[in-house]
Write a protein of this length. Sequence first.
Length: 109
Amino acid sequence: MGGALTRYRVIAWIVGVALAVLVLIGMPLKYLFDSPTVVAVVGTAHGWLYMVYLALTFDLSRRADWPLKRMLLVMLAGTVPFVSFYAERRVSHWLTDAERSRTPEPVAG
């Protein structure tokens, strides 16, 4: 599951940065300065990257055996600015804590 978690973490950050650029830079440029170039480029890129985010989140959720509600909430995290960063940290903690609890303690002797 380590590879799936790493892939998820990378795409969550990429999608989060793309959405932040879109909202914080692209939208003001489009509506205040009538320059839609950033929105056209970054918006399209974010859309495609979000599809990859959905696929990788689904893959991770199946490997981690998450309930449907958790999977859907993590998937929706890529649509709200800055929430994907929070979701990525939470997911990382859930999975690393679960992995630690499954690792048996070494036997002294």
